[in-house]
Design a protein around this ligand. Structure first.
Ligand SMILES: Nc1ncnc2c1ncn2[C@@H]1O[C@H](COP(=O)(O)OP(=O)(O)OP(=O)(O)O)[C@@H](O)[C@H]1O
Length: 584
């Protein structure tokens, strides 16, 4: 890992620890205390055993006393460890859940352009998969490593006090291990990172394909999808295998070094015993401490191992958390009350620099009027409505709502004043109530029923098996696109916005639903400004103005009645020949 990249990861790790552990500082302090207590008990236990061995020829009472004390110590250590485990689990879940929530909110707030680039599956892997990797990092990493390092120092110092030659041997061994750990870590990290990236890509691919299942099956593309899936799975296998082999190489190197150290310590102990410079009890304590150093180094290695996979996750999480929003909040100029006038002033926009999808567009829609937006597919109708709600910002010109430049209002206010019903209504696997209120418990059932009644959906509502508790998008409660749009209308009604944008369902609807929709559109638009991307002549009959788009430019714009009466207008021609020509 490059030096600067390492520094960035280190800074990112510290920043994450600070943000998510600070609110839990009391519990974190208690955990530190417990970990240090457990460490003290671990150093003390072998001392008792050494004494026991050396007193084996002595009085039984002393031996009993030592044995009982040892058992008490072991039980105390187990209790401390269990309590520390509980506290650390609590800390880590609270920290990771807070991080999950922050990341999820950030993802929701990121712009449409960001979401076009990153699949939902990839983001799920970030918000949940990567964050899960950090659980031990949050709860244990710092104190566990710190405690183990202190234990190493304590043990080496103690063995020095017993005999300087043994102390020197253990010190050399410990330093050798520390020297070995870092380069080995450098070899392993890139493989860990590649393995996690491959798994994120796999999840992203799978999610996208499952959500487009209908199209894939409809077009007989399963074989191609499965081929690509197996390629990605194979890549996951390769990277995971490589990452686990490097991990194994890592632990083998440590294991062999440890075996050599234990052999050296025992040989030196035997030599000192023969010279009468050391007791059997002390050799036992020294051996025990060597294994304790072994365990501590293993624990540190394990933690660093964890940190290796966490480092890759920390980098990706930090990158996501700092991903800037392309659309920034305006200074907060308030929008006027009531229906809002819409004005486009020389607006140009393109998703990519090489193609302008909207070109020098200017028009003014008076407050309270409804505009029927017509144009061939790809002419820019949806893009125009996206610009209004600032899903993207214009590259030239300005859009005003109620006289206020949309970039001057806050995003929250702007979006609360614009109700959008797209053709792709997203329903949740949740009750009808939650689908309408977006899980807001503040909206009463009476209000919901009133909106349903207003939209003339009373009969449909009465047919539902469990009323507002009926679960949608599951239990066979699949809705037709017309019905789904009606639910989307209800959602907009509840929010009561000043401007309604409606991408009318283009599919053929059964006459009953069509009639319901027609009535609902009229009610939805009453007393508001409306923009309707119209796919049906019937809808166009009810609008006030007409705008026909062609390649992002205005082809015709004016009052519907006047255009309809003008035999030379494009609109009058359409009325004669049918809409099919313009929406085809
Ligand atoms: N997110 C996007 N990124 C890049 N290009 C896009 C994006 N969305 C739309 N486009 C392109 O912009 C152009 C206008 O698309 P838009 O969806 O606004 O047309 P439309 O008139 O609403 O079409 P339709 O009636 O089919 O919905 C098309 O060429 C389309 O391919």
């Amino acid at each position: 890992m490059a030096q600067s990249e390492e520094r960035v990861s280190f800074r990112a790790s510290v920043a994450l620890l600070k943000t998510y552990l600070k609110p839990q500082w009391l519990k974190v302090s208690l955990l530190a205390l417990l970990l240090f207590a457990s460490l003290g008990l671990e150093i003390l236990a072998p001392q008792l055993l050494g004494r026991f061995i050396d007193s084996i020829q002595g009085s039984m009472a002393v031996l009993m006393y030592l044995a009982l004390f040892f058992i008490g110590l072991v039980i105390a250590n187990q209790l401390v460890t269990a309590f520390a485990g509980y506290i650390s689990e609590d800390i880590s879940w609270k920290a990771t859940n807070a991080l999950r929530t922050d990341l999820a909110l950030h993802c929701l707030n990121l712009d449409m352009s960001f979401h076009k680039k990153h699949t939902p599956g990839e983001l799920i892997e970030r918000v949940d998969g990567d964050v899960a990797q950090l659980s031990t990092f949050f709860s244990r990493f710092v104190f566990s490593v710190l405690a183990r390092v202190l234990l190493l120092i304590g043990v080496v110092a103690l063995t020095f006090a017993v005999d300087w030659r043994i102390g020197l041997l253990l010190l050399a061994f410990t330093l050798l291990m520390i020297g070995l750990l870092r380069p080995l870590q450098g070899i392993a990290v890139p493989h860990f990172r590649a393995a996690r990236q491959a798994s994120a890509e796999f999840a992203g691919f799978l999610e996208e394909r499952i959500s487009s299942r209908e199209d894939i099956v409809g077009n007989g593309a399963q074989a191609y999808v499965m081929l690509r899936l197996s390629q990605l799975a194979r890549r996951m296998l390769h990277t995971a295998r490589l990452s686990s082999v490097t991990g194994l190489f890592f632990s083998s190197a440590i294991e062999i070094t440890l075996a050599l150290a234990v052999a050296a310590v025992l040989t030196l102990g035997a030599y000192l015993l023969r010279g009468g410079q050391m007791s059997v009890g002390t050799i036992y304590v020294t051996y025990y401490y060597t294994t304790l150093i072994t365990q501590s180094l293993y624990a540190i290695t394990y933690q660093i191992d964890q940190l290796q996979s966490a480092t890759a996750s920390i980098q990706r999480i930090t990158e996501l958390a700092h991903m800037p929003r392309a659309i920034v909040d305006g200074p907060g100029v308030p929008l006027p009350e009531g229906p809002l006038a819409v004005r486009f002033n020389d607006v140009s926009f393109g998703y990519t620099p090489d193609k302008e999808v909207i070109q020098h567009l200017s028009f003014a829609l008076e407050a309270g009027r409804t505009l029927g937006l017509l144009g061939r597919t790809g002419s820019g109708k949806t893009t125009l409505t996206r610009l209004l709600a600032r899903a993207y910002d214009v590259q030239q010109g300005a859009i005003r709502l109620g006289g206020v430049d949309v970039r001057q209002a806050t995003l929250d206010e702007l979006r609360s004043q614009i109700g959008v019903v797209t053709q792709e209504v997203q329903l949740f696997h949740a009750s009808l109530r939650d689908n309408l209120t977006f899980f807001d418990p503040g909206i009463s059932d009476e209000r919901l029923e009133q909106v349903i009644e207003n939209l003339n959906l009373g009969q449909w509502y009465a047919s539902l098996p469990a009323g507002l508790d009926t679960r949608l998008a599951g239990d066979g409660m699949a809705l037709s696109s017309g019905e789904a749009q009606l639910l989307a209308f209800a959602r907009v009604f509840l929010r009561d916005p000043a401007l309604v944008i409606l991408d009318e369902a283009s599919s053929r609807l059964d006459p009953v639903t069509e009639q319901l929709l027609e009535g609902a559109i009229a009610r939805l638009l009453a007393g508001r400004t409306g923009i309707v991307i119209a796919h049906h002549l019937k809808t166009v009959q009810h609008v006030d103005d007409i705008l026909i788009l062609e390649d992002g430019k205005i082809c015709e714009y004016g009052e519907r009645a006047k255009l309809a009466a003008d035999p030379n207008s494009r609109f009058a021609h359409l009325l004669k020949t049918g809409l099919a020509e313009v929406v085809a």
